[in-house]
Design a protein around this ligand. Sequence first.
Ligand code: E4P
Length: 221
Amino acid sequence: MIYMADTADIAALKHLYEFFPLEGITTNPTILKMAGQPLSVAVDQIKAIVGDGMIHIQVMSENADDIVREAKKYKTYFDLGDNYYTKIPVTPQGYKAMSILKDAGINVTATAIFTQQQALVAAKAGADFVAPYVSRLDNISSHGIDVVGDIAKNIIEYELNTKVLAASFKTVDQIYRVSMKRAHSATISPEILMQLIKHPMTDISVKTFLEDGQGLYDVEF
Ligand code: E4P
């Protein structure tokens, strides 16, 4: 499982990168709005934290030609290398732009995916990652986990190079379930990443070890 942070919150990102084995970050316009950061400021700060880790930046353009120009611009403007991924919603113009950008050597993440077919078409258009939105499906009485599972199954059966980037989580249990459905990666908010690694039994166990070990660890280091 590749873990990414779904955030532009710089303080949270710095904290997470101290210990969590993250492999990159994803952003979208809503995430920037929540962080109160314009793209140029956010990405510069993110770069300094994630180093060679993946940076997925969503486009705002709707027309394929504009999407292509916008996606290419960010790669040069932010001086990003192979760790740059352009995030493109799965609209007809988006699919068109994905193929063009892949041919131009730009990594593509297809986003705003709600069905297995949208993901499969994006994979055929060359997307490196496809991002199904789990909670947004669950919230309308649909089944986000099953959509993730179907996409992962298709990718394996059709031997595609695309990876599932499960997105839109509200619970740790959703992440457990997408892992069991063989999602390759997940992008997760800082809050849920922290919950993911917490367990009260771990805290109790560590406390007991500390108490029991008092006076017994006599080797200096
Ligand atoms: C990531 O690619 C998505 O944009 C994000 O996970 C959506 O999450 P939300 O449904 O919590 O806004």
